[in-house]
Ligand binder design. Structure first.
Ligand code: BES
Ligand code: MN
Ligand code: ZN
Length: 496
């Protein structure tokens, strides 16, 4: 998608459609909207008084051949009540909703006019993010693909974007949104097209293109490092595991600066292993590598946005299969850290592979950690598909992260990490067991298991099991992988 900060006045911009937005009820049709209304002989005002144009959130009103505009169509998107309008997150949704609506109507060239007061870098970035994320389709494996991508966008109202900060904002938005789409593309891949080895190759190609250092640990190296928890999961499959390590190093590293570790669960298919899952919906377990894809997406964006601290992604990749060599309930595995784990349920495999990856990230020098994982069905019981479950210690570290999530409009909710949950993962015969007591709190016991390996390193765990994939589309987002958490992680890394 080609995006330019338009220097011509909006009315003169040739496009298939000009998009702008209208507030609920008390929109005065001032500024540019007033000009448009007057050029159309008060048609907007009369649509408003007849009740057809209300400005209700994401209401769509399409007008053809609008007088006074070089655009072929005018799309008015409802912006809701002005008092509830949050410029950045609502502009993102408005732009995304417009793009998804118009692309099904053959629009290739779009112009987007922000209202007076929303013409700074943050607004430009939000519109760019909304448009690019909305343009993603899951039609790679359809032979009747429609190729409805939007080709070009003119951002109007920004006075040609003469300010360097506006140009930077557009590129910032592009880096984040395209990285979200990069992750979504990986998450969509079926497991026969994305084995751990193929995921590693895709990560390697991305890293080379983005200018990041990358190292792939194969099964021999994983064995040498004694990653017993990861090996325990991988041994049920004929596909060998991989650990993907991607590094970003700032140009002028400060000695003693924090090193951020991004650990992402990448189970390219989760059958549950010997504790096998029911057939219903099992096909969705191709997205059990969503945490790993999230971290690869974040790294791709950070390579372009250049935070001042080093960032290392560690992504354990494996299948969870019930093959003849598969681990069995009751087996004891020795993690890389030396801790012993009683495997009560082979379907609680995510925490096992994260145990070794989190420990390895600390060995590589990470002083701060974030992990993302499609870890538990329990998080859906707690938060539905609305919020990401966010765990972490110390609490202040988590709170700082939640500020980033809020700033970028990603819903995340702090979850408890009390000591009682630790009691629930004590084993009778080993140091810990990989499931809780069966009396609830499944997302928290899962988090505590990972914390056993993060120990005192400041650590955040994002359970994205219910938010990484949207079963239903939204007006601004295709159904399927959402790319959640990348914006927050990138924002957080840039603020360190
Ligand atoms: N990958 C699943 C969690 C999951 C469930 C992700 C639904 C996305 C949608 C994970 O490996 C798993 O199976 N967790 C178990 C843990 C339990 C056995 C303690 C679960 O949540 O049922
Ligand atoms: Mn599982
Ligand atoms: Zn899983």
């Amino acid at each position: 998608m080609e995006i330019r900060l338009e220097s011509q006045p909006y009315a003169a911009v040739q496009s298939d459609a000009l998009v702008t937005y209208v507030f609920d009820k008390d929109d005065k049709f001032d500024g540019a909207l007033g000009e448009i209304d007057r050029a159309m002989d008060g048609r907007l005002a009369s649509l408003a008084s007849s009740g057809e144009l209300t400005g209700k959130s994401l209401e769509l009103t399409l007008l053809h051949f609008p007088e006074g505009l070089a655009a072929k169509k005018l799309l008015l998107v409802g912006a809701g009540k002005p008092a509830k309008f949050a410029a950045v997150s609502d502009l993102r949704k408005i732009a995304g909703t417009a793009a998804r609506y118009l692309k099904t109507r053959g629009v290739k060239k779009l112009a987007f006019l922000t209202r007076e007061g929303e013409r700074g870098p943050a607004a430009a970035q939000a519109v760019v993010e909304g448009l690019i994320v909305a343009d993603f389709e899951s039609d790679k494996y359809r032979t009747d693909r429609k190729n409805r991508e939007i080709e070009s966008v003119a951002l109007c109202g920004f006075d040609g974007g003469l300010g360097a900060d506006l140009k930077a904002a557009v590129e910032h938005g592009r880096a984040i949104a395209e990285s979200q789409n990069f992750a979504r593309d990986l998450i969509n891949e079926p497991s026969n097209k994305l084995t751990p080895r193929i995921l590693a190759a895709r990560a390697e190609a991305m890293a080379k293109e983005a200018g990041l250092a990358v190292e792939i640990l194969d099964e021999r190296k994983i064995g040498e490092l004694k990653m017993g928890a990861l090996i325990g999961v991988a041994q049920g499959s004929v596909e060998p595991p991989r650990v993907i390590v991607v590094r970003y190093t700032p140009e002028h590293p400060r000695p003693g600066a924090p090193v951020l570790g991004l650990v992402g669960k990448a189970v390219t298919f989760d059958t549950g292993g010997i504790s096998i899952k029911p057939a219903n919906n099992m096909e969705k377990m191709k997205y059990d590598m969503g945490g790993g894809a999230t971290m690869l997406g974040a790294m791709r964006a950070l390579a372009k946005l250049k935070p001042s601290i080093p960032v290392i992604a560690v992504i354990p990749a494996t299948e969870n299969m019930p093959g003849g060599r598969a681990q069995k309930p009751g087996d004891v595995q020795v993690a890389m850290s030396g801790k012993t784990i009683e495997v009560i349920n082979t379907d609680a495999e995510g925490r096992l592979i994260l145990a070794d990856a989190v420990y390895y990230a600390r060995q590589l020098g990470c002083t701060h950690l974030i992990d993302a994982a499609t870890l538990t069905g329990a998080i859906e019981v707690a938060l539905a598909n609305v919020h990401v479950g966010a765990f972490g210690t110390p609490r202040e570290y988590l709170d700082r992260f939640l500020e980033s999530a809020k700033a970028v409009g990603e819903k995340m909710w702090p979850m408890p990490m009390d000591d009682e949950y630790e009691e629930m993962i004590k084993s009778n015969i080993a140091d810990i067991r990989n499931t809780g007591s069966g009396k609830g709190g499944g997302a928290s016991t899962g988090a505590w298991f990972i914390k056993e390996f993060a120990e005192d390193t400041p650590w955040i765990h994002l359970d994205i099991a219910s938010t990484c994939w949207a079963d239903d589309g939204r007006p601004w987002l295709a159904k399927g992988p959402t790319g959640i958490a990348i914006r927050s992680i990138v924002d957080f890394a840039l603020k360190q």
